[in-house]
Design a protein. Structure first.
Lengths: 258, 218
């Protein structure tokens, strides 16, 4: 029996928030998406810390390093159980952290004193591979999956901090203890969405950490249309309607199975 | 071209609570209280220029002077805030006032939690030009402030106007600043800009606040 290789239609956009623009900062969000030859999907979203001097670089480096780590690891074979997947994801988080620490060290050696904390960033990872749906989360933001019937699952948890603007970063020394993992072996996944906290207010229901269905139904439908593009998504994220409610950087990645 | 028009989740705005704790004792009479009043107007105007801050920042005002302490204003959203005109007279029941401000913040947090509203770390912003009355329980209040700050429950700023006892202020909070002359306008502009930043994106530390141009750390 020949199994069809899944394919994905992906739209993604990261736009700077108005508060960042007025402070002369660019976008400190970064997203990376990769589909592998076997049809596996990797989605990563990073949100650089507002207080980190080089947050944008940190977000980009962390995202790229974690995708690279997953790509290399999955090329050698798919993990067969939850423990193995957790190891693979943990490895990927570590890769990102080491990349930031290494970069800081090299910068310091080159005469520009830098601490890895200057690159502080959150890191959200989602992988869909065969029937596996797995995710790793350090910091805020959300990952939501959609099933064949349109049901939505939230793979991420709300942070432990009392305050809305305090979150964990992959540069924190206790980042592994703070990491949350989702490991689902037999998942029915027709779509995955990942967003940074700038969009959480609009897309998620804070009271019970559920996905706001009317938002995601519309966005997944939009992503499935042949005439929709990432440029459209970007325009939406820059729209007054969105920016009226949040002046933070915003990232939204939408992947739908075709 | 495809249009995107989803319905947004209706989460209540996250809140940023700020208590202004203001010395209205006799020594503030004249130019100091006039400058303070102007500063309050600047604060109102600057906050209200920011649509998000107008919805998210909440301001309460406690004064201390003649007739003791007064909660002049319970928490009001910045959008609805109307700067009061303060009069100066009387002594300085600072300790009592600090306790009232701390109680206000604690109660507000409970209100937020009960209502499922998310919030930022609250601030108490005290401005004084003198020393507490001899009978005022300010040391006990100072201990309470230290305990709350150590627990990351709030940040307490103490700004001393000329004549203020800076040692008392430093005992109360590590965030003690001496005001340059009567630069209330600059002070309140810094405060509103800071509140606007805090109520916007992720702010982890003091380094992300605007530069202080109205005074210097003690």
């Amino acid at each position: 029996m020949h199994a069809t290789i899944p394919s994905w239609r992906v739209l993604s956009a990261s736009v700077p928030g108005s508060s960042h623009l007025t402070r002369g900062l660019g976008c400190q969000d970064f997203n990376a998406v990769l589909t592998l030859p076997d049809g596996s999907l990797i989605v990563v979203v990073c949100d650089g810390a507002g207080s980190a001097k080089r947050a944008a670089e940190g977000a980009a480096l962390a995202a790229r390093s974690s995708v690279e780590s997953l790509e290399h690891r999955l090329a050698t074979g798919r993990p067969v159980n939850a423990d193995e997947w957790k190891l693979v994801l943990t490895d990927s988080l570590m890769h990102a952290r080491i990349a930031l620490v290494d970069f800081a060290t090299r910068q310091t050696d080159a005469g520009q004193p830098t601490d890895s904390i200057d690159f502080a960033t959150t890191l959200l990872i989602a992988v869909v591979s065969e029937r596996w749906l797995v995710a790793a989360q350090v910091g805020d933001g959300a990952i939501v999956s959609r099933s064949t019937s349109g049901g939505l699952s939230v793979l991420t948890v709300q942070g432990p901090s009392e305050y809305i603007n305090e979150t964990s970063f992959v540069t924190s020394s206790d980042f592994l203890q703070l990491a949350h993992f989702h490991l689902e072996p037999d998942a029915d996944v027709t779509g995955v969405a990942a967003l940074s906290d700038g969009l959480q207010l609009l897309a998620m229901r804070y009271a019970d950490n559920t996905a706001h269905a009317p938002f995601f139904a519309h966005m997944f439908e939009f992503a499935a249309r042949a005439d929709s593009s990432s440029a459209d998504l970007e325009e939406f994220l820059r729209s007054e309607r969105v920016c009226d409610r949040t002046d933070d950087d915003k990232t939204l990645v939408l992947a739908v199975r075709t | 071209m495809a249009t995107i028009d989803p319905e947004f989740a209706t989460n209540p705005d996250p809140r940023c609570a700020c208590v202004l704790l203001l010395d209205t004792s006799g020594s503030m009479n004249g130019t100091p209280i006039d400058s303070l009043n102007d500063g309050l107007k600047t604060f109102q105007q600057d906050l209200q220029e920011d649509a998000l801050a107008s919805r998210r920042v909440e301001i309460a005002i406690v004064t201390f002077g003649k007739d003791g302490c007064q909660t002049l204003q319970e928490f009001t959203s910045a959008g609805q805030f109307a700067a009061p005109t303060l009069q100066a007279d009387g002594g300085t029941p600072m300790g009592e006032a600090i306790n009232i401000a701390l109680d206000l913040v604690m109660a507000r947090k409970k209100t937020y939690k009960d209502a499922g509203v998310l919030y930022y770390q609250p601030w108490i912003f005290m401005i004084t030009d003198g020393a507490p009355n001899a009978t005022s329980p300010w040391r006990q209040a100072a201990q309470r402030v230290q305990a709350e700050m150590n627990a990351n429950a709030l940040t307490f700023f103490g700004v001393g106007v000329a004549g203020a006892d800076m040692e008392v202020l430093s005992t109360i909070t590590p965030r003690a600043l001496k005001l340059d002359g009567l630069k209330f306008r600059e002070l309140f502009l810094w405060l509103s800009q800071s509140q606007r930043r805090v109520s916007g994106t992720t702010v982890g530390e003091m380094t992300a606040l605007p530069k202080v141009g109205f005074g210097s750390p003690v």
